[in-house]
Write a new protein. Structure first.
Ligand code: PMT
Length: 220
């Protein structure tokens, strides 16, 4: 068995949440801890890959062998990815990127008022879809976080975003997903699928890496 099957392969991985600022001290965020993306970075560097990890705010230590680029917002993550994507062979989008950001960002702390506050949100760029639409595009592995209809919703994302592969997880329930140490995943690609039962995220990352290598080799 080859010890370093990813030797010479350049990967760009996104991980963690994004924080969309309302003012200098408040943001809209989500429950992603970064554990899934960091586990992938760790496992893939161990398998010989050169990994750049673009990470939203997390409490995790930098994976020793990966190059870590820290960002806060979806706009910053977008810029960090676009700057580096031309030099990668595989793009993995494990980050939970905010689909929307506040239209206005106050430069001073918002004051408390007696009435309601209306918040207008505007869409963020879809980093993964933009990477997949490039020509040439790297091999793309997306994630799908779903609360229902896992396979159908994930297949729709695979097709609509033009991805090579997608790892779908049910979130908001007992199966894993956001901010857990374990995850259960359904891997989907053009004509196939593989189910990964609930297991530690590091083990899931090894299984994803194995499936990824098979699909990547077939695509090149
Ligand atoms: O970080 P953990 O606590 O370990 O949790 C892991 C996880 C649940 C966050 C992870 O396994 C996961 O599912 N990540 C994707 C979460 C998500 O935002 O899914 P989505 O279905 O909304 O997005 C689909 C894909 O498009 C994802 O690959 C996402 O990174 C990407 N995307 C989405 C929006 C956007 N503006 N840009 C993107 O690149």
């Amino acid at each position: 068995i080859q010890q370093q099957p990813f030797a010479g392969v350049r990967l760009l991985i996104t991980a963690g949440p994004t924080h969309e600022a309302l003012d200098p001290v408040r943001f809209i965020g989500n429950r992603s801890s970064g554990k899934m993306g960091y586990a992938l970075a760790q496992v893939l560097t161990e398998l010989g890959a050169q990994v750049i990890l673009v990470s939203g705010p997390t409490a995790l230590p930098a994976p020793p062998l990966a190059r870590l680029v820290r960002v806060e917002s979806a706009a910053e993550m977008h810029a960090a990815v676009m700057e580096r994507v031309g030099e990668c062979d595989i793009f993995i989008a494990a980050a939970a990127v905010a689909d929307y950001r506040p239209e206005l960002q106050a430069s001073r702390k918002l004051k408390k008022h007696s009435g309601n506050i209306d918040l207008r949100l505007v869409p963020n760029p879809d980093i993964l879809a933009e990477v997949a639409a490039r020509n040439p595009a790297p091999f793309t592995l997306g994630f799908a976080a779903e609360t229902e209809a896992l396979e159908a919703n994930a297949r729709a994302k695979l097709n609509n975003k033009g991805l090579d592969m997608i790892a779908a997880n049910l979130v908001g329930g007992a199966e894993g997903g956001f901010d857990r140490d374990d995850n259960a995943l359904l891997l989907l690609w053009g004509d196939g699928q593989r189910e990964l039962p609930l297991m530690p995220k590091h083990q899931a990352a090894r299984e994803i890496a194995r499936a990824l290598m098979q699909r990547y080799v077939t695509s090149t």
